[in-house]
Design a protein around this ligand. Structure first.
Ligand code: PEP
Length: 251
């Protein structure tokens, strides 16, 4: 049985002070929720202070990106060792904004995922097709290509420690969501691809999150899909009240 994971991606939003306020506001709103993993990925500046804000809580902390090299001349980057030292539980790799604006490729997404696993950090591997790829009917093939590249050098044992986030690019920050059927169809395809790469028993352990304009109004419907194991949430994760209602999607 896969435990749902509701994960916030704050992108380039919130200062350290705002991060502390968010945690203080969120905790009472989700008190008693035990059957859901809850995490958020603040900007890099707030990661280390967030560890203090999270003491004594079950909230998971994530980074929005990581480099695969251990150290070196990579101005502006952080290594897995650095994220581990801070206390990060997970890291987003291959978010579509990283692919679109910062030149990330299928290959470097795979390198980042492997490096994170080696450091004991869960990679949340973000994949998803562009609108024009969907319009051409290529969405299943695009997602399969992205998955195969990301998992090429990940062993079956490590694969169980990964999370996939399916985020159709046309649904990110646009207010447009995939229907529950569209999401489930793709999530089932993703699990099939993972079952072919590994075995059924491995693919059944990997959580597959949906991302793209998830909000309180659509979360219940989206989460109904048998292969939808949670949500990666951008805009709606910035307010503690809204994020809490996503976390409490079963209540
Ligand atoms: C995201 O950035 O991962 C995302 C899903 O954003 P939004 O929820 O705002 O569409």
């Amino acid at each position: 049985m896969r435990k749902p994971f509701i994960c916030g991606n704050w992108k380039m939003n919130k200062t350290i002070a705002q991060t502390g306020q968010f945690v203080a506001d969120l905790l009472p709103l989700i008190a008693g929720v035990k059957d859901v993993d809850v995490g958020f990925a603040p900007p890099a500046s707030a990661l280390a202070p967030a560890v203090d804000f999270l003491i004594g809580t079950d909230l998971l902390l994530g980074a929005q990106n990581v480099h695969w090299k251990k150290s070196g001349a990579f101005t502006g980057e952080l290594s897995c060792e650095m994220l581990d030292e801070i206390g990060c539980d997970f890291v987003l790799v291959g978010h579509s904004e990283r692919r679109q604006y910062f030149g990330e490729t299928d290959e470097t997404v795979g390198l980042r995922a492997v490096a994170a696993l080696q450091a004991g950090i869960t990679p949340v591997i973000c994949i998803g097709e562009l609108l024009e790829e969907r319009d051409r009917g290529e969405e299943l093939a695009v997602v399969e290509r992205q998955l195969r590249a990301a998992y090429e050098n990940i062993s079956a044992q490590s694969a169980a420690n990964t999370v996939v986030a399916y985020e159709p690019v046309w649904a990110i920050g646009t207010g447009r969501t995939a229907t529950a059927d569209e999401a489930q169809r793709m999530h089932s395809h993703i699990r099939d691809v993972l079952a072919k790469r590994y075995r059924d028993i491995v693919s059944q352990q990997i959580r597959i999150l949906y991302g793209g304009s998830v909000k309180p109004e659509n979360v219940v419907e989206i989460m109904q899909g048998a292969d939808v194991d949670g949500a990666l949430v951008g805009g709606a994760s910035l307010s503690a009240e809204t994020f809490a209602s996503l976390v409490r999607f079963r209540v």
